[in-house]
Ligand binder design. Structure first.
Ligand code: URP
Ligand code: ZN
Ligand code: ZN
Length: 577
């Protein structure tokens, strides 16, 4: 480990390929200066002596922050006196993490997630994540726009870090298309999640999925899918319960890998049929991840997100003899029992086949999970991760020599910012970018535990794991929120970040791709020979030859009638047309 860190320190600073920039400046609302953010030296910060890491290069430089944005980067900076100085020698200075997938205080399966927008975002900051992307999930027939306002009202007074929303298309109808448009044009939404599981609750059928993908394409939005075959899960669950398998192991048995891989493949095919870019959330298995790799190689515009849980834990816990322990890991799709899964997912993340890391943070206490004590289908789904994601990715990725710090930055923030069109405001240490900055100590270690974590939930799926990589200082929107490991947040100080449609990372390819793939009619002379139709009246296999132009006209246009015992295509009965 120490050799690796030394090697990183010696690393030559090499520019990589240029990134894709957001087409237009973003228009997030101004910060709220009256919420603990005084107009004083507190809003002028110098991070001195660290190594700045972006997804494409590393450089030793100081970073000067003023009024919530990065104002200067370099050495020997001219900064006003009286600014706050953070010493970062021997540390990496990285963009604040972006967790692409959380569910704070989600009302779900008869209860609500215990980490709300306050405890959840506070924990995020403690671990070096400065922005979360949460989900508005309307109930069946609920207005999407009303649900969006409801979620905003929950989040705005509580969030300690910046946040945005994906919106669930949890049912289908003409009103949904109109509301999707309003959400994109007025409310800064550029991504919609469709469910292929949760039968009779949120699941869409294939025709509805096609329509939803089509709507996303027309709006320049990104289609997100939860890829699992909900019909298979429902059937398997019924059979398992009938056989007396009621414990958490039944959860995993009801939805094996191929159930995820099949849906992943189907989602790729359906979205590709309508030319809609696709982002598969919470990729949990090797085979589902391999489907995405294969499709990307075949030119499909698909992106894959994996999560801290699948990189840092395994499905063996479902067989734990303590019910509470086993139930704590229940989530959909489930963790996989194949012990090579976390390593494989990390390999794909490192080589670019998977692009982002979220957490699916959706936490329930032991007594909430106990709603399913006699029936695994009633255990509320969800695990923690928002606080530990950055450390898990560092430990399993960088510390194992699978990825370098630039790729670490890419998969923890930059790729998300590009895909969801908030780059380079987010996901980059650059002049003009939001001052969401983490001073990351790659040498430091910590042991993860529910006893010390900042989340409200009483269990941590990474309990006892020692991880390298600690967020020692965290600056969010120009405010120091983690100070030498101490968390100091202000409730409600985070901002809602609108995500504009037509992300260049997602959509720049589509016009040319659509043109290249467009259906082309074959120009030919019209057919002028005889046309045969069945004789309706006789119903005995007799067919009538009619003029080609008279096919849609009445039988009185018939020219001749020929009795045929075995007409081509078999005996016709009734009218074929
Ligand atoms: O287990 C999970 N994933 N809970 C949250 C809902 C979802 O499907 O993302
Ligand atoms: Zn999901
Ligand atoms: Zn989720």
């Amino acid at each position: 480990m120490d050799e690796l860190l030394e090697a990183l320190e010696e690393q030559i600073i090499v520019p990589r390929s240029a990134g894709t920039y957001a087409a237009e400046p973003l228009t997030a609302p101004p910060r709220k200066p009256d919420r603990g953010f005084k107009q004083s030296a507190q809003n002028r910060i110098l991070i001195r002596g660290g190594r700045v890491v972006n997804d494409d290069r590393m450089q030793d430089a100081d970073v000067y922050i003023e009024d919530g944005v990065i104002a200067q980067i370099g050495s020997d900076l001219h900064v006003p006196g009286g600014c706050r100085v953070i010493e970062a020698k021997g540390r990496l200075v990285i963009p604040g993490g972006i967790d692409t997938h959380t569910h704070m205080q989600l009302p779900f399966m008869g209860t609500s997630a215990i980490d709300d927008f306050y405890t959840g975002t506070r924990a995020a900051l403690a671990g070096g994540t400065t922005m979360i992307m949460d989900f508005v999930l309307p109930s069946r027939n609920e207005s999407l726009v009303e649900a969006y306002h409801k979620w905003r009202a929950w989040a705005d007074p509580k969030v300690c870090c910046d946040y945005s929303f994906h919106v669930g298309v949890t049912w289908w109808g003409p009103k949904v298309t109109q509301e999707m448009e309003e959400l994109c044009q007025v409310h800064g939404i550029n991504s919609f999640k469709m469910f292929m599981a949760y039968k009779d609750v949120w699941q869409l059928n294939d025709t509805e999925l096609l329509h939803a993908f089509d709507a996303c394409k027309r709006l320049g939005a990104l289609a997100l899918v939860h890829a699992e075959n909900g019909d298979v899960i429902k059937e398997n669950s019924t059979k398992l319960l009938a056989q007396g398998i009621t414990g958490p192991e039944g959860h995993e048995m009801s939805r094996p890998e191929e159930v995820e891989a099949e849906a992943t493949n189907r989602a790729c095919v359906l979205s590709n049929q309508v030319g809609c870019p696709l982002y598969v959330v919470h990729v949990m298995s090797k085979s589902a991840a391999d489907v995405l790799s294969e499709k990307r190689r075949a030119g499909y515009v698909v992106f894959g997100e994996t999560i801290a849980a699948s990189l840092g834990a395994s499905g063996s816990h479902y067989r734990h003899t303590c019910w509470r322990h086993a139930a704590a890991f229940v989530m959909g799709p489930p963790l996989r029992s194949d012990p090579t899964t976390p390593g494989h997912l990390m390999d794909l993340l490192a080589n670019g086949d998977l692009q982002t890391t979220g957490t699916d943070n959706c936490t329930f206490s032991g007594s909430q999970k106990a709603l399913g004590k006699d029936d695994f289908t009633k255990i509320p789904y969800g695990v923690n991760g928002v606080e530990d994601r950055m450390s898990i990715v560092w430990e399993k990725g960088v510390a194992q020599g699978k990825m370098d710090p630039c790729r670490f930055v890419a998969v923890t923030s930059t790729s998300a910012a590009k895909i969801f069109n908030i780059y380079p405001k987010k996901g980059r240490i650059a002049v003009g970018s939001d001052a969401d900055v983490v001073v990351w100590n790659p040498h430091a270690t910590r042991v993860i535990s529910a006893k010390t974590h900042h989340q409200a939930v009483d269990f941590n799926i990474f309990e006892g794991m020692e991880v390298h990589g600690v967020a020692e200082w965290v600056v969010c929107g120009g405010r120091v929120v983690v100070e030498d490991g101490e968390v100091r947040v202000v409730q409600g100080s985070g901002r809602y970040i609108p995500t504009p449609v037509y992300s260049p990372t997602v959509y720049a390819r589509t016009p040319a791709r659509d043109a290249a793939k467009a259906w082309k009619k074959v120009e030919r002379e019209p057919y002028t020979g005889p046309v045969y139709v069945a004789n309706d009246a006789s119903n005995d296999g007799t067919i009538t030859e009619i003029e080609p132009q008279s096919v849609k006209a009445t039988a009185s246009y018939a020219r001749s009638s020929v009795k045929v015992n075995q007409p081509p295509g078999g005996n016709a009965s009734g009218s074929f047309w």
